[in-house]
Design a protein around this ligand. Sequence first.
Ligand SMILES: NC(=O)c1ccc[n+]([C@@H]2O[C@H](COP(=O)([O-])OP(=O)(O)OC[C@H]3O[C@@H](n4cnc5c(N)ncnc54)[C@H](OP(=O)(O)O)[C@@H]3O)[C@@H](O)[C@H]2O)c1
Length: 312
Amino acid sequence: MSGSRERTGIRAMRAVRLHGSGSEALEVESIEMPTLAMGEALVRVLAAGITRDELGWPADRLPATPSYEVSGIVAAVAPDVEEPTVGEPVYGLTPFDCDGAAAEYVAVSARLLAPKPRELSHVESAALPLAGLSAWQGLFDHGALKDGQRVVVTGAAGGVGHLATQLALWRGAYVIAVTSPASAKAASLFGAHEVLVPGNGFGDTLEPADLVFDTVGGDLLRRLPTAVRPGGRLVSVAGEPPPVASGAGIDTRYFVVEPKREQLVELTRLVASGALRPAVDSVFALADAREAFDRSMAAGKRGKVVLLVSDE
Ligand SMILES: NC(=O)c1ccc[n+]([C@@H]2O[C@H](COP(=O)([O-])OP(=O)(O)OC[C@H]3O[C@@H](n4cnc5c(N)ncnc54)[C@H](OP(=O)(O)O)[C@@H]3O)[C@@H](O)[C@H]2O)c1
């Protein structure tokens, strides 16, 4: 089909491009506008959320545009797309196998985009898709969390963790937030019943939980099976959980978040009801993408790092 350039009249756009590994391999460049395929919408990006560890693209995929979280305005749609419509404010998680949203425009499958929450700015909306869907899927799809259960959320001040804390509270769970020393104060702001900084013996001293939702991985994840009750679950978005003796009766799993429009609609509803609010740690201009990614990997953040691509 004819490309989006005919529809917008724009031929080139600014984009952050990754040419190697790590933030020093990022450049802001002028590249061709994306071409719309059937089923896609072209979004004029106003803000793009970023996540730590997302700059490890395989060499055969480079150069590539990072950021999987977009909030913006629909600029054009393919002929077979009825929703969303041109001019509509939308947000969403873009697929991991395509160029991302750290650019002035991104082409996304229209069925992955949801109406942007009215109560949030574009910067706040861009903080929600990847982290909010990870939290939702970790707690509810993989963790089967129910009203009245005990849940431990690790990394509770981080991008995924602060939203998982709020979603678990909304579900009616008793929430134990586990944080690093640098983030304990920030984590306490999201309403958890307890905030813990793990020390020696962590897990042995904790009353076992129905669900442990891990967003940290590494050494902490290896110590988490002791924090789960028999019959409970250990779910991680940050790494493969350690093997657990089959007699322990603990279900362990790692998952990769999936773009799901219907869950974004739920998140939008929770924002409107006041049950959910994404925290923005910091905002950077597109030209400062290297600094933004360095910040995403720093300690002591409160919520998400977001690129402000355009003010209007
Ligand atoms: N599989 C998937 O689909 C998927 C989806 C989303 C995210 N992820 C991954 O999940 C992880 C979390 O993502 P995110 O965006 O939430 O990252 P983030 O914003 O950096 O949050 C991580 C949190 O973990 C805390 N932390 C680090 N070490 C800790 C420790 N030893 N004990 C307690 N807390 C500790 C950090 O605190 P400090 O800042 O104080 O160190 C930070 O608050 C990342 O590795 C990301 O790549 C995977």
